[in-house]
Design a protein around this ligand. Sequence first.
Ligand SMILES: [Zn+2]
Ligand SMILES: [Zn+2]
Length: 247
Amino acid sequence: MRSVEVETHCHTNVSKHAYSTILENVQYAASVGLKGVCITDHGPELFDGAPSYYFSNLNLVSKEMYGVRIFKGAEVSIMDKNGRIDLSGKGLTRSLEWVIASIHLPEFAPEDFESVTSAYWNVAENPYVDVIGHCGRGNWLFDREKVLKKVKETGKLIEINEHSFDSGKDAARRCYEIAKRCKELEIPIVISSDAHFAGAIGGYRRAQALLEELCYPEDQILNLDFSRFDAYIEARRQRLKNLSVST
Ligand SMILES: [Zn+2]
Ligand SMILES: [Zn+2]
């Protein structure tokens, strides 16, 4: 498989269990040959999340440094079965170019299969959400068929997250099953590190091995190609601009 060109998920020390700055992440990304990096800190309602103002103000960060395009992003938390996310208003709309929506414990305590299914199903309808984050991880089981068909219908992406493989064999098996069904349904995906330290950026060994085993079509992995990812971001920007005009 060709190399990933855009890191789509990494944290900075704005999230208090991560340990590098934006600049350190970008410098490291440049040193391992990445062409783009999405900075994706947690939303305001997670225990270590950044305030809403942090996200609305992100546009003062340079667009490019050290030859690396810096995409301003967030990893928002899905808060309930209605798919509510922990960022709204200008925090969500003003500067962000890329939004990952993930379930995190304990903010979302998924008591049952239906609640998790409903949470993913509903968040897939949010026009600001680009990708469902690390849904193979943790104890939150859901109706994969129903959710993935909804993801397909709404044009969202699924993330294959390297950090999920640290959660054990069950998580690795679930990631495999999710990716396998995504391939069958022709759902585009991204590979991410979910780095919490700059040195983990660009590390996708287990995620890539899984996708190689599945012979996942490379043209369905959005962040293998910088130009394709950048075109997606531009199309997203236009779509959301039209949305705000029409509402
Ligand atoms: Zn997460
Ligand atoms: Zn994360």
